[in-house]
Unconditional design. Structure first.
Length: 400
């Protein structure tokens, strides 16, 4: 049985701080608005939707107590609608889609909403605590380092210079600015307040005025942490071929902290025909893969290879890729390992320009990929993200 994506929506992304436009909007409200948009865009008989699966990383405070069910309750779909919230770190939004597809392909469920939400302004990254990086009993044996150190380790090991990562970041901003100008983000919706008045109708973090000179003037973000905190020594101990960690990443070539939500409608063929829905894509394959936790951000390449093998496809069979720009070195490493030209990757910019609302990003990338494949009249796409702790996730979609 096939699992189809019938539609995809995402909110605009707001800067993830107290000055950001979406700070006044609760994460439950953000998630609710994408559910309502799916309903309205498809004239959806919501009594047929059985469950909501949502990714969310920091599941505390405003995002605690099963935010998927909270959003389902507020959505107007009906009291029958269930909800479950999951956390696969940065891969959570794509994991939600993959789990929804598995439910449909198994025959257990006919129609679900999958997606993610993260309000990083209201619930800052790390609010959920945990011993993963903070407890030496866990961190020392696994040689765990902060993600920024991992990104700089990748750049140091594989020879990506400060100029090269800055050039990648500049291109991300320029592509996003062009996509905004040409209105390519077809799945994007504005966020409104309780009165229905628009609070934000464009992605707040895009900076078309970015220059390479401006990026070159930014100080490395992780140099002091690496040197004074001892994390450089941990990384070099694990990878002695790297004589020195070159700290090339900074705020301008790393993913921006933002707020946002996204959702897709996933179902089988029978329910689509019953409700008069036209499928846009089918989910061909989905995979996760673990990697060494010290250089934890290299997961997209092995996860993508696993998904391609599952689908019986080669890299050359994929028309476009969305690779989350957690740090510039991540998609650069992916391109090198997979033999993919930059012209096929993140053609409308990535998280460096648009932002990375943790639990929602994987779902947002899926919608962006769907829109662009349709715009260019292409057929196949692959979405992939690196994940904290040493994981990668990937999904392949095919246009109907």
């Amino acid at each position: 049985m096939e699992a189809y994506i019938y539609d995809a929506v995402r909110t605009v992304r707001g800067k993830g701080n107290k000055k950001g436009a979406l700070y006044s909007i609760t994460p439950t409200e953000l998630a609710k608005q994408v559910l309502v948009a799916l309903k309205d865009r498809n004239n959806l008989d919501t009594s047929k939707v059985e469950d909501v699966i949502m990714g969310c990383v920091a599941q505390v405070k405003d995002q605690g107590v099963n935010i998927a069910k909270s959003a389902a309750q507020e959505s107007g779909y009906g009291n029958h609608l269930c909800g479950v919230t999951l956390n696969r770190f940065c891969g959570s939004g794509l994991e939600a889609i993959n789990q929804a597809a598995a439910y449909v392909k198994s025959g257990f469920t006919q129609l679900l909403v999958a997606g993610g939400v993260e309000s990083m302004s209201r619930v800052p990254m790390g609010s959920d605590g945990g011993g993963f990086l903070m407890d030496p009993i866990q961190a020392i044996p696994g040689k765990l380092v902060p993600q920024g150190i991992s990104a700089d380790l990748i750049a140091s090991k594989y020879g990506y210079s400060r100029n090269e990562v800055d050039a990648f970041a500049y291109e991300s901003q320029m592509r996003a600015a062009k996509a905004e100008e040409e209105k390519r983000y077809a799945s994007r919706i504005p966020v409104v307040d309780i009165n229905g008045i628009s609070v934000l109708n464009t992605d707040e973090n895009i900076r078309p005025s970015t220059t390479k000179a401006g990026l070159a003037n930014l100080n490395p973000s992780f140099e002091m942490m690496g040197q004074m905190g001892g994390f450089d020594a941990v990384a070099i101990d694990k990878y002695p071929e790297v004589e020195q960690i070159e700290h090339v990443h900074h705020a301008g070539n790393s993913s921006a902290i933002v707020d946002g939500a996204a959702a897709v409608l996933v179902g089988n063929e029978a329910i689509g025909k019953e409700l008069g829905l036209t499928p846009r894509f089918k989910i061909r394959a989905a995979a996760v893969e673990g990697t060494d936790p010290t250089i934890m951000l290299i997961g997209p390449a092995p996860a993508s290879k696993k998904a391609l093998k599952q689908a019986g496809m080669e890299t050359t069979d994929i028309d476009l890729f969305e690779v989350n720009e957690a740090f510039a070195a991540v998609p650069m490493y992916f391109m090198e390992q997979m033999g993919v030209d930059h012209s096929k990757i993140n053609v409308n910019g990535g998280a460096i320009a648009l932002g990375h609302p943790l639990g929602a990003t994987g779902c947002m990338l899926t919608g962006t990929l769907m829109d662009e494949l349709e715009r260019q009249d292409l057929n196949t796409g692959l979405v992939t993200l690196c994940i904290g702790g040493g994981m990668g996730i990937a999904s392949i979609i095919e246009r109907i």
